[in-house]
Design a protein around this ligand. Sequence first.
Ligand code: NDP
Length: 419
Amino acid sequence: MARLLIIGCGGVASVAIAKCCQNSAVFKEICIASRTVSKCEAAAEKWRPHTKTVITTAQVDAEDVPALVKLINDYKPDAVLNVALPYQDLAIMDACLEAGVHYIDTANYEPEDTDDPEWRKIYEERCKKLGFSAYFDYSWQWAYEEKFKKAGLTALLGTGFDPGVTSVFCAYAKKHYFDTIDTIDILDCNGGDHGYAFATNFNPEINLREVSAPGSYMENGMWVEVPAMSIKREYDFPEVGMKDMYLLHHEEIEALGRNMPEVKRIRFFMTFGQSYLDHMRCLEDVGMLSTTPINFEGKDIVPIQFLKALLPDPATLGPRTKGKTNIGCIFTGKKDGKEKKLFIYNVCDHEECYKEVGSQAISYTTGVPAMIGAMMVVTGKWQKPGVFTTDEFDPDPYMEALNEWGLPWVVDDDPVLVD
Ligand code: NDP
């Protein structure tokens, strides 16, 4: 029976909280701590009547390491689940090390200020050395490996759906279906419709930074970078139908490329409708996706943060969104000397998610694996000293938990491949 400190109280957190409350056999107590404590209190009030889990709340600025250490020392959790923003990853990892608790998150580090000269210098060297130019990468968190090892603590990185479940699917395919995997295509399809001309399904700033970055994939251990949205395919997704999808850079490619070096090609595709792409291109062209502050009437504003204030809050999309998501991985490789292909995927229904926890499927498909990752760590099923992604543990208990906690998966051994 564990005590979990949850940091952040946005769209993803609200599902993780709901799922911890459904799972009171493991999560005896949770503390929800975030910048805006009223959101934590509202979540606590919502779930208290329906759970045995004891819920407390706290206000914390997750960039403030001493404040985090104090909160951790006062609450004494078994682990910290970071579902705030990627900007806070390093500060929360530092606090976990200082206070001696395990760390779990759903997205790898990226800096809020991409003009910071110290960060920029390292970033530009990395772009040249590795060949991809997204702002987010694992190097910052992998650099904590020795510290976590020495402290005997586990840091579990990226336990959302993608990354997270997709990497568990890869470990599962490798363990049960293949002697060697040659290619992995990760496909993320959102067939949902919220009725707005333009809105993002999770934090707009993080989402738009991700999809406006150049695309890239890994081939024979090397990154190949292409202009944003320049590689397009069509795919007929089970239970969703035919959709256009575009190759994106995505963080699990980096971890899988390191941990499964035998795989010859790893790509990631995400579906986008024409309206989303037209709006994004226009916003980019006029400078609204910029992360560089501009001075407007005497006040510095960051265009993408101002845009976030204008767009619908992803947490409010739940009641409006209809349709399904289909996210999974297509593998090719060999088993017993024979060529083999496989598709492992989950289908999630926006309206069903809303009925169950009051959130749309994007928050749901991230929040459920966040709870499962935390459960793996606090129950000791996935505990080893160091910094790990979800492909580096036994996938079986995690796969069982997906079936149990709302994200059942399907194995198709004759899928259509992506060319
Ligand atoms: P939201 O913007 O909805 O929520 C973020 C929360 O973090 C808010 O409650 C916010 O507080 C809080 N926060 C921000 N800054 C601080 C701070 N300095 N101190 C304390 N709290 C802070 O984001 P989402 O829920 O959509 O996303 C959460 C995380 O999940 C992100 O890291 C995102 O990248 C990741 N994600 C991962 C996916 C995956 O599949 N792996 C998919 C989707 C998202 P406030 O209310 O005050 O703003």
